[in-house]
Design a protein around this ligand. Sequence first.
Ligand SMILES: N[C@@H](CCC(=O)N[C@@H](CS)C(=O)NCC(=O)O)C(=O)O
Length: 309
Amino acid sequence: MRRLAWPLRKDDTHKSRNGPNFFPLLHGGFVICSIQILFLISMRDQRTNIFWILRSYPSTIHLEGGFRCRCFELPYLQIPDEALPYCTKMKDEVILLDYWSSSYAMRVKIALAEKGVDYECLEENLPDKSPLLLQSNPIHRTVPTLVHNGKPICESLIIVSYIDEVWHDKFPLLPSDPHQKSQALFWADYIDKKIYSVARRILWGKGEDQKMANKELIEGLIKLEGELGNKRYFGGESVSFVDVALVPITCWFYTMETCGNFSIEAECPKLVSWAKRCVDERESIAKTLPHPQKLYDYYTDLLRRLDPK
Ligand SMILES: N[C@@H](CCC(=O)N[C@@H](CS)C(=O)NCC(=O)O)C(=O)O
């Protein structure tokens, strides 16, 4: 008989005993991967009174033979030697709460794709958000929200930096040098404040403010062109955190230009070439960004429904 310790903290155990709640699934823990072992464990459960409960959230472990089992909590688990061959190392469980047209969510999809992380993508209905979203991101209630082994991470740039740190062995996005890292974070923050929020005003604003926003967008993009300089990507020779932060908004350029009757390419040709390069050279980006026409159709349809006149 082998005893495997599950390093649960006391309060985690307590929390999940008291109600339908997450508990942290454990890195490097073991997971049962066959019906036989589940059977052995439930037997053992009765005989030795080992405590276990089913996890209440819709995260399922897929067992061999198509059997689905909810993740369960065990303060410790005694596994008979004959059952060990049925045990396997636990795989990361990664759930992305998504909305297809969200450029914020696209950032996360690009980062996950570059890192080669398998994940489950759950499309939210934004007017009627899922309990998982409301519980995982109670402050902002926005997509994207990532749930990694039961633990939520919110806000797209924070999620991308989290992904970069957790899956650090492949395709680094943020530089390790503290000063270079601070510069990348500065530009990503600039992109949020001066590009994404201005884009919202172009798409959803009205009158004078909308016109001002067109101008502000171009000003912001010109500053970014300056930062890009003659580099292929913001990260130099390869796609980096800043590229991932900026590129998803470019699939909205066509909609913004059509609504605002201006040309981004005429004003910022280098930036538009950079965006094309990103799509042409990175499969992660090409596969993530929706076609600009699809976004335009979605947007005009939404506008019609919001304001039927
Ligand atoms: N700062 C957030 C913005 C996320 C955001 O605004 N998401 C929108 C979709 S594009 C959303 O979830 N909206 C729903 C709502 O606000 O109710 C981030 O970077 O993740």
